[in-house]
Design a protein around this ligand. Structure first.
Ligand SMILES: [Zn+2]
Length: 625
């Protein structure tokens, strides 16, 4: 079986490697003989992807394939590095020794590989490996750990389905962003953290994301508030747009590939309305243009709303209207006296809220997109109306996977300003809570479950983050005996497998987190007994790195983030190198047995928010309070 992949090279393990030991393997069967490589390896395992993207290979299928003559060149589970060709002829691999199995990551593709090619390969081994793992490859443990099929719950079908993007390896995704008339609250951020976990997980699994998030910067509330403040809508919303960007950064929510404002796409909205007019999906009334939902028989298919009682011509003008009652909605709104409006071929006015998302999503992502996310409260009417508009205009399915995050409750109650339980991120930061704890609290409950936000829960999240950070420090700063602890590599591989299985199962963050906690607990016990070995450090670190590419809480940058928002203690802040220097001075003092000096430095550090932990082996770890 030959498939249309680019030739690949296998670097045979052992030292030294000469270019003559580069073996070209142009076909898939070789990899199918090696489940360790194949089953986790997206691009090379893509023989079956034409049928079903990223389908995991079962062991039976793997073994059913033909024997490859190259197999004898490599022992089963041999550490192998795969590089995509072409490699430069002048490649000097003399100092390059392959220590582990790597997975080439799809989606971080060509530009990163270009970087790889430009690496001077005569660098010392350690340097090469470091470059590899951060730029090009992901470390894999050497045990067989099949990739899990990604399954996502689709509101449209009501089922959890295998995720198959239209184009293997690429994901187009749209997220309804905030309406920027005020600071977003933690309920909003639950949804934004969910879509961030989703996009980060898809990226971890090698997908290339093309993700759009919009900012609704024109709607009834914005127009009313801007008018009350006596400023234009752009001026009024600017403050809240910036606050949203700052909040996202603080919560480590990755910037999507496109962050766009509705008011920059009014022309596209007008064009979409014209397409609907041509197909008679619209009617006019008092200068506004309405969508005739009786003309769209699929109306209600997403939210399963009952449209049997709908009266033809019953319509609604507001952007916010009563739930559970389908009404013809405004695509274009006639200007009211004193309101901001656009002069357009369909008349003066402004777009309705729903047309904004349809027009922007299709403009940037095409007429059919893979994933559309939002809070569950948007399913009806907003997303239902998006479907009616887009599918009415194009005749094609608008979205393959609709994903909705459940509500957030605060201490068991619906969040509302009148109950005094309404919080923005800034309210919580002002109370001294850390961004990482908040992110963790919002991410730890699977997105389709209601999240009961409590201050106890937030404390627990802070401790959980602390435990993970301590473990990460322990790995980085500990001095362990050489070699590997029997069974530890398998234990780490199992945790990696369980972590992936959890997230693959409709982003079950609770299961994914449990996999990591269990490993951390067990590894800590092994470390306490002095049995943890240096040879297991890299695999454990690699797993934590994968974990953090999704959860993003281990890097300890809470203090800087809070300072950037104007919270927290700005005095006495020491940079990492300054801390390292003082820690080294204290270590010297201890070696000289100058305990007075050592204690003085410890106290100075403590006063400036740095806690030291002395290991039994004489090592010292530090962290910020
Ligand atoms: Zn939307």
């Amino acid at each position: 079986m030959r498939v249309g992949l680019q030739p690949l090279f296998v670097l045979v393990p052992g030292t030294p490697i000469r270019s003559s030991s580069l073996l070209s393997v142009g076909s898939i069967p070789y990899f199918q003989r090696h489940p360790t490589i194949l089953s986790r390896n997206l691009p090379f395992g893509s023989a079956r992807c034409a049928r079903k993207a990223w389908a995991p290979m079962s062991k039976t299928e793997v073994q059913a394939n033909t024997v490859n003559p190259l197999e004898s060149a490599l022992p089963q589970n041999a550490p192998v590095t795969l590089l995509q060709s072409p490699l430069p002829k002048s490649l000097d691999l003399k100092s390059f020794r392959i220590l582990r199995t790597y997975e080439k990551r799809r989606g971080e593709g060509s530009e990163r590989l270009t970087t790889l090619r430009s690496i001077p390969w005569s660098l010392p081994t350690t340097h090469c490996l470091q470059i590899e793992s951060s730029f090009c490859f992901r470390l894999l443990t050497t045990t067989d750990s099949p990739m899990n099929e990604i399954r996502l719950h689709n509101t449209l079908s009501g089922q959890t389905e295998p995720f198959v993007p239209q184009k293997p390896g690429d994901v187009s995704m749209y997220t309804c962003g905030p309406t920027v008339y005020d600071y977003a609250h933690i309920g909003n951020y639950r949804t934004f953290v969910f879509q961030d976990i989703l996009r980060r997980f898809l990226k971890l699994r090698g997908f290339k994301l093309n993700h759009v998030m919009n900012l609704t910067d024109v709607d009834d509330r914005i127009i009313a508030k801007a008018a009350a403040a006596g400023v234009g809508i752009r001026e009024y919303t600017q403050k809240y747009v910036q606050a949203f960007f700052d909040d996202c950064k603080t919560l480590s929510i990755e910037a999507p590939e496109h962050w766009i404002r509705a008011t920059d796409y009014v022309d596209d909205m007008v064009k979409l309305i014209q397409r609907l007019q041509e197909k008679s999906y619209t009617y006019a009334g008092e200068g506004s243009i309405y969508y005739r939902i009786a003309k769209f028989p699929d109306y209600g298919k997403l939210s399963k709303i009952d449209v049997s009682g709908i009266q033809t011509g019953a319509r609604v003008d507001n952007d916010r209207y009563e739930k559970e009652s389908a009404r013809d909605f405004a695509l274009w709104k006639a200007p009211k006296p004193g309101e901001h409006f656009w002069e357009t071929p369909i008349g003066p006015g402004r777009p309705g809220w729903h047309i904004e998302c349809s027009a922007m999503a299709m403009k940037l992502l095409g007429e059919t997109i893979d994933i559309h996310t939002g809070g569950i409260d948007l399913a009806f009417p907003h997303h239902e109306n998006e479907i009616a508009q887009s599918e009415g205009a194009t005749g094609k399915q608008f979205v393959h996977y609709w994903m909705h995050a459940e509500h957030l409750l605060v201490e068991g109650e619906k969040m509302s300003k009148s109950l005094g339980n309404f919080f923005t991120l800034r309210d919580l930061f002002a109370k001294g809570y850390k961004p990482s704890a908040l992110r963790f609290a919002l991410a730890s409950v699977p997105y389709r479950r209601q999240l009961n936000f409590t201050f106890d829960g937030l404390q627990q999240a802070a401790s959980a983050v602390e435990r993970l950070r301590n473990f990460s420090d322990r790995l980085a700063q500990g001095k362990f005996p050489e070699g590997q602890q029997p069974g530890m590599a398998e234990r780490i591989a199992k945790a990696a497998q369980d972590f992936d299985a959890g997230l693959s199962d409709d982003l079950n963050t609770a299961i994914a987190l449990a996999a990591i906690y269990d490993l951390v607990r067990e590894a800590n016990i092994v470390m306490d007994k002095g049995e943890f070995r240096q040879g297991d450090v890299a695999a454990a670190q690699e797993l934590l790195a994968s974990f953090d590419r999704v959860f993003a809480v281990i890097a300890d940058n809470d203090a800087e983030k809070l300072q950037a928002l104007g919270y927290g203690n700005s005095g006495g802040g020491l940079s990492d190198p300054e801390v390292e220097k003082l820690v080294a001075q204290r270590q010297d003092a201890r070696k000289r047995r100058d305990f007075a000096a050592s204690d003085r430095i410890r106290k100075e550090l403590a006063d400036r928010g740095i806690i030291l932990e002395d290991g039994r082996d004489g090592s010292v770890r530090w962290k910020r309070k």
